[in-house]
Ligand binder design. Structure first.
Ligand code: ASP
Ligand code: MG
Length: 281
């Protein structure tokens, strides 16, 4: 919501004073789940699908109203065009009675396309920011919902874009990518962390920071074990094991790209930015 996005903008602003920053964002709230629910409803009941679409619209319009002033009209128009396209896709699913992985990947992509565009525009009103489409940079195979990244093409795309990009802050959508036919693909649910690690590695970033809603990786699941406490420093190998065994704080494939370049990963809590969090190195 708007209040939490403001916290994110504060964090980005503070970091960007002395560093160029690439900001990788996920979809707002439960948008990805709603996009999926809408697509499934569209198979049977287009009215129900459109009702879900309305709730997605409402959330995004609220954020635009709260955080964008100078470019409100333009941002409203651009997002209206995105919502119209999504509406047409839902109608297509209804008419064809078919929801393929390829179509679902396209549906999913709207979450990060909207969030990255809106957050970039909110940031633009406060500091030097540009928006960049991730689907033009991250190149994958044809497994639409769990696409494998072609690192050779992707790294080249990322470095050539950022070599020319002079803006202090660049906002990109996580999770979304495209295949060599320019069709939309996605990196698996929870994949925004992985996108961020891909960018960090390609750019030889000083650090990859994952801003989430808990204060780092815990010794065990804090909702089950009362004595669980955040780990201040952990090795890549141990962090990988923890995430594979169910530490939801980090999408397991995230560590690989950063590990290869020995880029430290810091997990931080958006709601307690002063807590140390966890450093994976
Ligand atoms: N929005 C996507 C999802 O919900 C990606 C992510 O959140 O990392 O799976
Ligand atoms: Mg998410």
């Amino acid at each position: 919501n708007s209040e939490n996005i403001k916290k994110v903008l504060d964090i980005v602003f503070n970091t960007s004073k002395n560093n160029k920053v690439a900001v990788v964002v996920s979809a707002f709230g439960k948008t990805t789940d709603k996009l999926f629910a809408g697509a499934n409803e569209a198979l049977e009941d287009i009215t129900a699908a459109k009702a879900i679409l309305e709730t997605i619209k409402e959330l995004h319009h609220q954020v635009i109203d709260d955080l964008i002033f100078v470019n409100k009209k333009e941002v409203r128009e651009e997002t209206a065009a995105l919502f119209n396209r999504l509406n047409s896709i839902y109608e297509g699913v209804f008419l064809l009675q078919e929801l393929s992985d390829k179509t679902l990947a396209k549906v999913y992509s709207f979450g990060e396309r909207l969030s990255s565009y809106i957050i970039a525009n909110a940031a633009k009103e406060l500091f030097d920011t540009t928006h960049q489409e991730s689907r033009d940079l991250i190149s994958t195979n044809n497994e639409y919902l769990n696409a494998q990244v072609n690192f050779k093409i992707t790294n080249k795309n990322i470095t050539s874009f950022f070599d020319k990009n002079k803006h202090q802050v660049t906002v990109l959508g996580g999770f979304i990518s495209s295949n060599t036919d320019s069709e939309t693909t996605t990196l698996g649910r929870g994949g925004s962390d992985f996108s961020a690690s891909i960018y960090a590695a390609a750019l030889n970033a000083d650090e990859l920071q994952i801003w989430t809603d808990v204060s780092g990786m815990f010794t065990s699941n804090p909702s089950v074990v009362k004595q669980a406490y955040p780990i201040s420093e952990i090795s890549y190998e141990e962090a990988m094991e923890l995430s594979h065994f169910g530490a939801k704080v980090l999408y397991p494939p995230t560590i690989q790209p950063s590990l290869r370049k020995e880029i430290p990963i810091r997990i931080k809590n958006t709601f307690h930015p002063k807590s140390d969090g966890t450093l994976i190195c």
